[in-house]
Design a protein around this ligand. Structure first.
Ligand SMILES: C[S@@+](CC[C@H](N)C(=O)[O-])C[C@H]1O[C@@H](n2cnc3c(N)ncnc32)[C@H](O)[C@@H]1O
Length: 256
């Protein structure tokens, strides 16, 4: 199956291209409450409905795919845990690392803005947490993330971008690109990807056939759990847990 590479990927298929504002309108419904029109402030932490969350908040969003477990348990036994949190400040990783006793931990949070004050930067330095400022719709940000990993593989990759997800290109080529990148950086030693996207209905409407893809993964022996329910915050999201093992395919199968 042909990999979607930087060369052949079409980020933002012109057929499906909409403005950020249109995508937010179409996909978030009354996310902002009572039809109030949101002003988009990508770089403003106060703008996001959820920001700087704890790892326990993430547990709530991923409750169904964690099947009774907790995120901290996924890395409790890793020798030198490496955790990546996409579309987030460093707060969730800091709250997770605060519960782990291992040394030589590496945490990397990627988001549009780095709003840390000096005390938070000091805390992150002490805990082994870095922040990569960047736009995940740009290949350069993925390159920086890989460089920051410095050859280490992630035991855990989180993404709970919430409304931030709506700022990303909404087409299957982009998601194919993203999953190829995630598969490259996740450890085959039981590395786990926990990812939250828009509603399955909204994804399917734009040609992103989540359920069919999950079936394809399963038939290729990939350990995957899909949940299309509502999270504890009342938001209807698609959540996925994907685990990579030595038996997993080297390339993540994608739909054509
Ligand atoms: C709703 S907040 C979620 C923060 C965190 N994950 C949490 O649950 O508390 C959305 C985050 O997505 C980030 N974001 C939005 N668009 C982005 C993009 N295109 N690339 C990278 N990060 C983005 C914002 O900087 C913000 O930190």
């Amino acid at each position: 199956m042909e990999e979607k590479t930087i060369e052949n990927i079409q980020i933002g298929d012109p057929e499906q291209e909409t403005t950020l504002e249109e995508r937010v309108d179409k996909l978030t419904g009354d996310f902002f409450g009572r039809g109030k029109k949101a002003e988009l402030h990508k770089g403003d932490p106060d703008y996001w409905k959820t920001y700087g969350s704890s790892i326990e908040d993430y547990d709530k969003s991923f409750r169904a795919v964690l099947e009774g477990g907790h995120i901290v348990d996924l890395v409790r036994d890793s020798n030198e845990p490496v955790v990546v949190d996409l579309m987030s400040s460093t707060e969730a990783i800091a709250s997770l690392f605060g519960q782990l006793s291992q040394s030589n931990k590496l945490g990397i949070a990627v988001s549009s803005e780095d709003d840390r004050l000096p005390d938070k930067k000091r805390r992150d330095d002490q805990m082994g947490i870095k922040h990569v400022p960047g736009d995940l719709s740009q290949p350069a940000s993925w390159k920086t993330l890989k460089e920051t990993l410095g050859g280490r593989k992630a035991n855990l990759i989180l993404e709970r971008g919430g409304m931030g997800v709506q700022s990303l290109p909404f087409n299957e080529n982009f998601y194919g690109y993203v999953f190829n990148r995630l598969w490259e950086i996740v450890s085959e030693d039981g590395g786990t990807i926990l990812i939250q996207g828009s509603t399955t209905h909204a994804l399917e409407q734009t040609g992103i056939r989540v359920k069919e893809w999950v079936d394809l993964l399963k038939s290729n022996g990939v350990d995957v759990v899909l949940d299309v329910g509502e999270d504890d915050f009342g938001f209807d999201y698609t959540t996925l847990k994907i685990v990579k093992t030595p038996e997993s395919p080297k390339k993540l199968p994608l739909l054509r």
